[in-house]
Ligand binder design. Structure first.
Ligand SMILES: [Zn+2]
Length: 385
């Protein structure tokens, strides 16, 4: 609770530097004789911290949490979001659930973890920018791989009410731009209508959305069980009698594990290139469609009988595992070669809301979970790692 109050007091909204909090965490590690290293974003204003307890080597178990939060601007808080307060077993503050609660449990466990005789390392990963791009996790993985310090398995502590979550969909967001040629509407042959081109692309997406629902690969456990596609925003043109020069749409794929979002986008590009792109280019070689990836998150898929799933079920006492509809850094970790699962205190229902809270009992369960997992995976001669 004191630890969470301290962590919450740092405003680590994603658009700000996380260095003051990371500095404090490094001091905490020093105070307990734990080795740590930083990896930065290109600006140097943000950093991940990777602490290692036990043998300083690859393998072992990682607990991973992001330290950034969503903004409080425009939200109706009934108190200072950066001052943790308790009301009837609920601890209220920005990030309490997503996911400073877990981060606080990771930090509070350090004095106990350093006393365990560890055969394999326990890694603590604190990352930046999860709420905007997950680039912190990418930088952390690159750093761990370069230094040969990649953990074998990882528990990402996004709020799941301490239920093991073994799968989520991936997401690819892209901007589609139709570059046309302006002109007067009375002389259509002299221009290239960007909105007509975008309209064809949008019709393609609508058909693809229906096709995926009917014939897409189904992965049981997801709702809906198939990959999806949608356009969420579109704009173009300036006036009714001017041939639009430019039009754009924002679209996203949410792919089930096993469906490759890049391949799905490539197919859209190819098919539209052969139809819409062709008539645009024939009218003017400068015209056409372009796709730009805005951000992406790989899906997470862990087998229900994976030893990590089993270890987390035993440590939490959960008898089932779940799938969720939101993305996490777990997909990036999995892709980097770290077997990953999502399990953390608090509810996703609370995430990003005004008066975000976490139940004190959730933190207590998480405290026990972290110690149990470290023992289970890293202290014995056999285990998930
Ligand atoms: Zn989160």
């Amino acid at each position: 609770m004191a630890m969470l109050a301290h962590i919450v007091s740092y405003d680590t909204t994603s658009d700000r530097s996380d260095l003051p909090l990371i500095d404090w965490i490094s001091g905490w590690m020093d105070a307990h004789g734990v080795s740590w290293s930083l990896s930065h974003d290109p600006s140097g204003e943000k950093a991940n911290l990777h602490a290692i307890i036990g043998p300083r080597e690859a393998g072992g178990l990682a607990f991973a949490g992001h330290v950034d939060t969503v903004p409080v601007t425009g939200q109706e808080w009934t108190g200072d979001p950066f001052v943790l307060r308790e009301q009837g077993g609920k601890l209220i503050g920005r990030g309490a659930a997503d996911m400073k609660g877990y981060v606080a449990c990771m930090l509070a466990a350090v004095p106990d973890l350093v006393r365990i005789k560890l055969e394999r390392p326990v890694h603590l990963l604190f990352t930046f920018d999860e709420e905007i791009s997950c680039d912190g996790a990418r930088v952390a993985m690159q750093d761990a791989l370069e230094n040969n310090l990649l953990p074998s398995v990882c528990v990402v502590g996004e709020p799941t009410l301490m239920t093991p979550v073994i799968a989520h969909k991936g997401r690819l967001a892209a901007r589609l731009v139709a570059r046309g040629k302006p002109g007067h509407s009375s002389r259509p042959a002299e221009g290239v209508n960007a909105l007509h081109a975008l309209g064809e692309a949008m019709a393609w997406v609508a058909a693809e959305a229906r096709r995926l629902a009917l014939e897409g690969r189904k992965v049981e456990g997801f709702e809906p069980p198939n990959s999806t596609i949608q356009i969420g925003f579109a704009q173009g043109g300036t006036a009714i009698n001017i041939i639009p020069e430019r039009a754009e749409a924002l679209l996203e794929w949410r792919n089930v594990p096993g469906d490759d979002s890049h391949a799905m986008m490539a197919r859209m590009e190819q098919e539209l290139e052969a139809t819409t792109g062709r008539w645009m280019r024939e009218a003017d070689p400068e015209c056409g469609l372009t796709f730009e990836v805005l951000n992406e998150l790989p899906p997470l898929a862990l087998a229900a009988d994976n030893p990590l799933t089993t270890a987390v079920k035993l440590a939490t006492g959960a008898n089932a595992e779940e799938f969720v509809s939101y993305g996490t850094e777990g997909g990036i970790y999995q892709q980097a070669g770290m077997t990953s699962i999502v399990c953390g205190p608090g509810s996703i229902e609370q995430a990003h809301r005004p008066d975000e809270w976490i139940a004190r009992t959730q933190l207590e369960r998480c405290d026990a979970f972290i110690r149990d997992m470290a023992q289970r995976v890293c202290a014995r001669s056999t285990g998930a790692a």
